[in-house]
Design a protein around this ligand. Structure first.
Ligand code: FE2
Length: 476
């Protein structure tokens, strides 16, 4: 509709009209600034009887189980899920079976809500199911998920470094770009610091809002970062009270680390998720035990604090000393990490676990271990960026770049792609596995120029060298 001020001056010259328009808009803007109230988090993230924050995870075997967790207001005391094999027509509704949910109350800084969870069991492998969650009166829409196949098939998953800050504003585009890139990905792995303030319900609301219905269709694999640790007092931190009510995860980790230290198998790959915030030695023993029983050819580990930091003064010697010997012992293929808010990816050969060796690598690394062949990645998906001080054995690095990774495993081949928030391939390599031998790594060629800050301070303190056995990446 034409602005009333402009109607009044309808016969004026164009230039004058434009002037009036400017004035009118500025005036309107002022009015709006005074008249439009800011929506407060307590209102924006208020739970209602309608399910929200619906998220798939695995507490059990991805071939036969699927867990789902959701939130409602406390009005919903008794919740349930319905499940049917997905059909092309609406008849799935007639065949749906109901499952009672387990319900817990969570008092947060904004409200008290109920979190409900169901683990569907005894599912048929390689099958597409439809489900909805609710209370009999208010229901979610029907969502689809698929169980993993028992027989071998190629699969992809998506990995995100820290989302953490401005999640609604600036991270939502990354998860959505990733989904549009790999819509058939089997799960979304978040390597810690999903949010910034451990017990801020608004931040968790932003995180669930960014993934929204993707979370209800594609299982999530969350890793606990330091920002998921709530400060109880000066000496004590503990996992946020949001974590266990809102994610349904395995409880088979060491005591006290239920649902933050866990393992699962997907196809021909063993995934191990560790909690690098605490009980490092206990997890070393647990990791050794898990990997000693592994029968899968590929092993992918994820935890938050990197074995090899991409930043100055952010070294994690305790984690490295405790865990790297075990990663080496079992020839772990890929380690996915976060924490440093930049990007750094190694080749196959990295220094031994010796802390001093790693700490003193001014011109080269003499204690490289070329037999274990683990690739270590640090990445960031959110907008918070730190200065980069890469290790000399990092093949590809980035500053000021929001990234996500699509990782594809097809039999004895693993293809890795890091993409920018705008979907461009930033880094890529292929690992080929021959049982009993170190992996063979082939670097992608013709990648875009590395994204590094053009300031004097950000020039890497240590020149980047190409590790032996890796192909040079053009444009580095
Ligand atoms: Fe972080």
């Amino acid at each position: 509709m034409l602005h009333p001020t402009l109607r009044l001056f309808g016969s004026c010259t164009l230039a004058f009209s434009a002037m009036v328009m400017q004035h009118a808009l500025a005036h309107d803007g002022d009015d709006h600034a005074h008249s439009v109230r800011q929506v407060k988090p307590a209102e924006m993230y208020e739970p209602t009887p309608m399910p929200d924050r619906i998220v798939l995870t695995w507490a059990g075997d991805p071939t036969t189980t699927q867990s789902v967790t959701w939130r409602t207001s406390t009005e919903v005391a008794s919740a349930k899920a319905e499940l049917a094999i997905a059909t092309a027509g609406p008849e799935l509704r007639n065949a749906a079976k109901a499952f009672d949910a387990a319900t817990v109350a969570l008092k947060t800084d904004l409200n008290t809500a109920h979190f409900h969870s169901v683990t569907f069991q005894d599912l048929t492998p390689g099958t597409k199911y439809a489900y909805r969650v609710g209370d009999g009166t208010n229901w979610s829409e029907w969502f689809h998920f698929s169980t993993a196949k028992v027989e071998q098939e190629p699969f992809s998953f998506i990995y995100f470094g820290d989302a953490q800050n401005d999640i609604r504003s600036m991270w939502s585009r990354v998860i959505r770009e990733a989904y549009s890139d790999a819509p058939k990905a089997k799960f979304l792995l978040h390597a810690g610091d999903l949010i910034n303030t451990a017990q801020s319900d608004a931040e968790w609301g932003e995180w669930f809002g960014a993934g929204h219905w993707l979370n209800a269709m594609i299982p999530n694999v969350p890793v606990a970062g330091n920002h998921e640790q709530h400060k109880v007092n000066e000496t004590k931190r503990q996992l946020t009270h949001h974590w266990r009510p809102q994610f349904t995860l395995p409880e088979h980790g060491p005591e006290g680390l239920e649902e933050s230290c866990y393992t699962f198998e997907y196809q021909n790959t063993c995934f191990v998720i560790l909690n690098s915030n605490t009980k490092i030695k206990e997890q070393a023993e647990w990791l050794d035990n898990v990997l000693s029983k592994n029968t899968k050819p590929w092993i992918v580990c994820s935890f938050h604090h990197p074995i090899f930091s991409t930043a100055k003064d952010r070294d994690n010697p305790l984690v490295r000393a405790a865990w790297k010997p075990i990663l080496d012992k079992y020839n772990v293929d890929l380690v996915l990490q976060g924490h440093d808010h930049s990007y750094g990816r190694t080749g196959l050969d990295t220094p031994s676990e010796d802390v001093n060796t790693v700490a003193n690598v001014p011109t080269g690394v003499t204690a490289r271990d070329e037999h274990h062949g683990t690739v270590y990645v640090v990445s960031v998906s959110g907008p918070k960026m730190y200065n980069l001080t890469p290790k000399p054995f990092m093949v590809r690095v980035a500053e000021d770049t929001q990234l996500y990774q699509v990782i594809h495993i097809d039999g004895m081949e693993l293809r890795y792609e890091a993409r920018t928030a705008t979907g461009e391939i930033y880094d890529a390599f292929v690992l080929e596995k021959t049982i009993g031998e170190p992996n063979r790594l082939t670097e992608a060629k013709d990648l875009m120029a590395q994204r590094l800050r053009a300031t004097k301070d950000s020039v890497p303190a240590v020149p980047i060298t190409i590790p032996a056995g890796s192909s040079p990446v053009p444009g580095r």
